[in-house]
Design a protein around this ligand. Sequence first.
Ligand SMILES: C[S@@+](CC[C@H](N)C(=O)[O-])C[C@H]1O[C@@H](n2cnc3c(N)ncnc32)[C@H](O)[C@@H]1O
Length: 231
Amino acid sequence: MDEPPVTLARGGTPAGEVVLRRHEGVLQLVVDGVFAMDTADPSTERVLADEALRHHPSPARVLVGGLGLGFTTRAVLADPRVRQVDVVELAAPLVGWARAGLVEELAGLEGERCTLHVADVADVLARRTAPDGPWDLVLLDVDNGPDFLVHAANAALYQPGSLAAARRVLRPGGRLVVWSSHRAPALLEALRSVVGPGDVVDELVLPVHRDGRELEYALYSFASGAPAGGG
Ligand SMILES: C[S@@+](CC[C@H](N)C(=O)[O-])C[C@H]1O[C@@H](n2cnc3c(N)ncnc32)[C@H](O)[C@@H]1O
């Protein structure tokens, strides 16, 4: 018989409640009543990191927007070229559970090469709050995608204003990559609207088999045309 999910922790934030629960071995994260992710198949969260890393010759500093269950961050930390990872997470309780090692999936992330920050990544990109850039890679996975938001306020993140701000916090040769659980043509257009000379915008479609369905997730990237290491 199907067992009901077991709630492991719940905590309030100004943007709504965040809940960690386990269902038949699978860890689930629910943010403000919206299913954010689970551990059933974290392959595309890792691909977000791997794709960005493989395109950069020396990704020393990385910003990860959205801790979630830590898969993107762990994949970044697995690359020895990375010296510092700033993870920006809106939900303070989630950062607290990670620091306390409440579940093994989130345990042991913070350390010499990795700092967890409680902040809105939109404020970080706009330089309204710490941490300070610039970064070689900026990886954004704070929603299920621009058309399936966890918080309505995140809609602005996918607009030209925020994307231009993200471009400004990149080091020369840097790269912004945005994860989405669906194709997002409007995001592709918004990225194209902020390019400078030599910059490249790209869509990578990721076929995913989930719950008996064939889905198309996607990564949207913006690569600065300036040579890496240029300042
Ligand atoms: C889908 S999860 C991220 C998954 C992550 N890539 C992983 O590998 O586990 C989205 C996370 O972004 C956080 N979040 C949502 N909006 C945010 C914002 N504006 N700034 C920072 N974090 C945000 C959520 O609380 C949640 O932890």
